[in-house]
Design a protein around this ligand. Structure first.
Ligand code: SAH
Ligand code: SF4
Ligand code: F3S
Length: 443
């Protein structure tokens, strides 16, 4: 197979995969490859996969099948991401047209692997050296108004349903200087907003340039001083790592947006224990209360799993109760999916798909009502919107409010501007804003 000149990367799963996909693109471009246009046929297709639920993992195999071209030829195919890490050499056995398998901690070696594949050699790397990929990646260059920055990766929590500790490895924090350098490069490349990423991002720890121990709040306060950066977000947090300093930052740091994604998974203490979440429904509610005391307008988001093994109707109703108690601005909810090698997959009392479906529908109906109510309650607010993309109609742009709502605005202001709007209309999934005046944050 000839050496590829163009590439396409398809990322599935979480925001960290989006980040990894961007880094792989920058890496391939630094090697002289060009991104194929949206419709163009790429010489190399990278499937950056997710292993979190069965459906997500199966997607990769159907996608591989679709890559065959009409004339019977196919591009060079690389499987990256968490399926690559979990299944490794099993992938080319099951799908022989896969040329490259590369895990989430090894993708800095993608150019070498492409070279090996071009020579017809098997190209597989699922090593997990701590942090070494970051140092081997080129400087950030591609950037829209809102950028992701991985500051912490991996997980030591081992929730009994979850594959992430196996696919991403042990919990590590990137050093302060590396994070600050990358943030500066993102801002230089045009980012107005940075979302700090980690599987347990609020567990980030390190030392600042003076050698003083810092947590995520210290990092956020340093980023707040970065000229040109208007907004800071972070995700995903674990309830047990929500420390006082970070909560205080929500009261004190103006660029830290009033939004917190804090998964609880279940409202039943019996289920939480079986999940090995190491928090209770009540301790979660206490965290939420502290955060709200610091920042009363904060939008709360969460993740939920329905139909965990052994979950009874009453335990499911405890989840509805905690949702009612918190009042979420938005949320993600999933049917429990048994993952190979995880403790929960071997537990008794697996819940039938019918019951899972029925519970998911009830749960989502409640969450949708809450989201719509939150959007309606925002009507009347005057706030800043960061314009991120064009809307469907000419002269319309779509941006984000501080509370991470999508807002449609009629304006000629360029993408990447912060504009001040009055929120006038709140639908289930988005709002409408009317321009007050274009404003730029004094940097
Ligand atoms: N580190 C984060 C998120 C990890 S994965 C956290 O702890 O919150 C994102 C979400 O996927 C999880 O919060 C959980 O709700 C869901 N999830 C993970 N494993 C799952 C499984 N086996 N079945 C269904 N949902 C799952
Ligand atoms: Fe998975 Fe739990 Fe770790 Fe989140 S905290 S990544 S759900 S093991
Ligand atoms: Fe999926 Fe891996 Fe993210 S399993 S959710 S891509 S960490």
């Amino acid at each position: 197979m000839p050496k590829p000149r163009t590439f396409q990367i398809k990322s599935y799963g979480c925001q960290m995969n989006v980040y990894d996909g961007e880094r792989m693109a920058e890496l391939l471009e630094a090697e002289g490859l060009a991104a194929a246009g949206a419709t163009g046929e790429a010489d190399l297709v990278v499937l950056n996969t997710c292993h979190i639920r069965e459906r997500a993992a199966e997607k990769v195999y159907s996608e591989i099948g679709r890559l065959r071209r009409e004339d019977g030829s196919r591009p060079m195919i690389a499987v990256a991401g968490c399926v690559a890490q979990a299944e490794g050499a099993e992938i080319p056995r099951r799908a022989p047209s896969v040329d490259i398998v590369v895990g989430p901690q090894a993708y800095h070696r993608l150019p070498q692997l492409v070279g090996e594949a071009a020579e017809g050699r098997p190209a597989l790397d699922t090593d997990m050296p701590l942090l070494s990929k970051f140092g081997a990646l080129p400087k950030r260059r591609r950037q829209g108004p809102s950028g992701f920055l991985t500051v912490q990766e991996g997980c030591d929590k081992f929730c009994t349903y979850c594959v992430v500790p196996y696919t991403r490895g042990a919990e590590v924090s990137r050093p302060w200087a590396a994070v600050m350098d990358e943030a500066r490069a993102l801002v230089d490349a045009g980012a107005k907003e940075i979302t700090l990423l980690g599987q347990n991002v609020n567990a980030w720890e390190g030392e600042d340039e003076k050698g003083v121990a810092q947590g995520l709040d210290g990092l956020i306060r340093a980023l707040d001083r970065l000229p040109g950066l208007a907004r800071i977000r972070y995700t995903t947090s674990h309830p047990n790592d929500m420390r006082d300093g970070l909560i205080r930052a929500h009261a004190e740091v103006e660029t830290l947006m009033p939004f917190l994604h804090l998964p609880v998974q279940s409202g039943s203490d019996r289920v939480l224990k079986a999940m090995n979440r190491s928090h209770s429904a009540e301790s979660y509610l206490r965290v939420i209360a502290r955060v709200r005391a610091a920042r009363p307008d904060i939008a709360i988001s969460g993740d939920f799993i329905v139909g965990f093994p052994g979950e009874t109707e009453a335990e499911f109703e405890d989840t509805l109760k905690i949702i009612a108690a918190v009042n979420y601005a938005q949320a993600y909810s999933f049917k429990y999916s048994a993952r190979p090698g995880t403790p929960a997959a071997a537990m008794e009392g697996q819940v039938s798909p019918q019951v899972q479906d029925e519970r998911l529908q009830r749960l989502q109906a409640l969450l949708n009502t809450q989201q719509h109510a939150f959007n309606r309650a925002s009507v009347g607010r005057r706030t800043a919107i960061l314009l991120e993309r064009d809307g469907r109609r000419p002269g319309q742009r779509i941006g984000k409010s501080p509370w991470l709502q999508s807002v449609h605005v009629e304006t000629e202001a360029p993408i990447g501007s912060l504009v001040e709007v009055d929120l006038v209309d709140g639908g289930p999934n988005s709002l409408r804003g009317v321009l007050v005046a274009a404003m730029e944050r004094a940097a």
